[in-house]
Ligand binder design. Structure first.
Ligand code: UD1
Length: 420
């Protein structure tokens, strides 16, 4: 298993370019099978999760070409409607194929995703939404088995105990695009990735209104076409690089970044006193001359503070001048990174879904282990600021979602070696 050796304490400089959004690409690639012809999608990050989705599509019979961040998908050969356990267990996000499969082929057999280190992660909202559209769903031997004679428009309330669900919204919206009649999704997710999916579907010929709000209306159409499309930049990758600059007190520029996709995050960065300026597609950190102030964070569905930046923000706050709190309201168990950050000298305690972070003067390198995608990024950020050497094992988690992570950070002047 690959690991990183990181020599900390280096100032970063220059600029880094953000890749396309993994979380927008997954549902958009999945929805491409709804088209009656080939679809070409640009700006797709070449990361493990995307390659896993390609494997599932190929297993189903689709023909996929992926090079230079452009993917061509020809769904015409699809004749198996199954996503087996081997694939789904490594990438929970593959659930976003379920809605498109049912809409186009009226049947799907999908391995239940199960839990992961950030919590139990139920799929009741996906099932509820698809059932409401007329799909008959049973659970058989660890598989979700769905069949439908036809999909019929409906009104569905997609709110759960933790708010809206991003991929349940993606599944129901994609399926409703080919359903008969009108569907209204109440308590829909309004994440930029959902808006990007809606734009893609609309380009294919879908009739969708209200994306970006909590109420999305879809008028079903009979057929969708293959199209050419380009994915939005990855706001979580962008936020991670912003924090890489902040935690190392480095004046770096993040390019291909849409600040309006991360306003809650930028609001908190501003509250810490870090000086920065933004343009329509970049963020530049100015000279950081003092320690940053502590802040209180609560993660929430969009437009709230993103749970996918919680771990990285926690890493940054370990060096704040005072006590910060981070309350996780989307995945209340998502705190596995805390133990590893404390190994580097941080002072974090956990009180239920709230982390209490007492700022320390410095972090010191140590041996650590990555546990999930964003937790791993948090450890790397802390290691960049720590004195001495940090080893991060199991970095395959990072490879799931960050394109050329160490290459981009080394381009800014970091010293990260990958040991294979
Ligand atoms: C997506 C993102 C993930 C991000 C998350 C929240 C992708 C590929 N993944 O995951 O990176 O962390 O949004 O922003 O886009 N829930 C239910 N029942 C359901 C579904 C979800 O109770 O049927 C709960 C979850 O356990 C969680 C909350 O709803 O507490 C939000 O989860 P959800 O938005 O569904 O996450 P994903 O779409 O799986």
């Amino acid at each position: 298993m690959d690991r990183f050796i990181i020599e900390g304490g280096k100032k970063l400089k220059g600029s880094v370019r953000v890749s396309g959004s993994k979380n927008a690409a997954l549902p958009i690639i999945s929805a491409a099978i709804l088209g009656s012809g080939k679809t070409v999608i640009h700006n797709i990050p070449n990361v493990k999760d995307i390659r896993t989705l390609v494997k599932i599509l190929e297993y189903m019979g689709a023909s996929v070409r992926f090079s230079n961040n452009t993917m061509e998908i020809d769904p015409s050969g699809i004749d198996r409607f199954t996503a087996p356990y081997e694939f789904v267990s490594t990438m929970r996000g593959s659930i976003c194929l379920l809605g498109p499969l049912l809409a186009k082929y009226r049947e799907a057999k999908f391995s239940m995703p199960g839990g992961c280190v950030i919590g139990t992660r139920p799929i009741d909202l996906h099932i509820k939404g698809l059932k409401k559209l007329g799909v008959d769903i049973t659970i058989e031997e660890g598989y979700i088995v769905g069949k439908a004679r036809k999909l019929k428009g409906t009104t569905v309330f997609l709110g759960g105990n933790f708010g809206s669900s991003v991929l349940a919204t993606a599944n129901v919206m994609s399926a409703a695009a080919l359903a008969e009649g009108e569907t209204i999704i109440e308590f829909a997710s309004c994440e930029p990735e959902i808006v990007d999916l809606a734009r893609f579907l609309k380009k294919m010929g879908a009739k969708i209104y209200g994306e970006g709000s909590h109420c999305i209306r879809i008028e079903g159409v009979k057929k969708l076409n293959g199209v050419e499309y380009s994915i939005i930049p990855d706001r979580i990758e962008a936020g991670t690089y912003v924090l890489a600059g902040c935690i190392t007190s480095s004046a770096i520029t993040i390019e291909n970044f849409i600040p309006s996709h991360l306003l809650s995050f930028l609001d908190k960065i501003e509250e810490t006193g870090i000086p920065f300026k933004t343009g329509t597609d970049f963020l530049k950190i100015n000279n950081i001359t003092s320690r940053w102030k502590p802040v209180d964070i609560v993660t929430l569905p969009y437009p709230g503070f993103p749970t996918d930046l919680q771990a990285q923000m926690t890493a940054f706050l370990t060096l704040a001048d005072g006590i910060s709190t981070v309350t996780e309201k989307v995945f209340p168990e998502r705190f596995i990174h805390i133990g590893e950050l404390n190994r580097l000298g941080a002072n974090i305690t956990l009180d239920g879904p709230k982390a209490i972070i007492k700022g320390v003067n410095k972090l010191i390198g140590a041996k650590t282990m990555a546990s999930d995608l964003r937790a791993s990024a948090a450890i790397v950020l802390a290691a960049l600021a720590a004195e001495g050497e940090t080893e991060v094992s199991r970095i395959y988690h990072l490879d799931r979602g960050y394109e050329k992570f160490e290459e981009k950070l080394n381009g800014l002047g970091a010293n990260i070696r990958r040991i294979r």
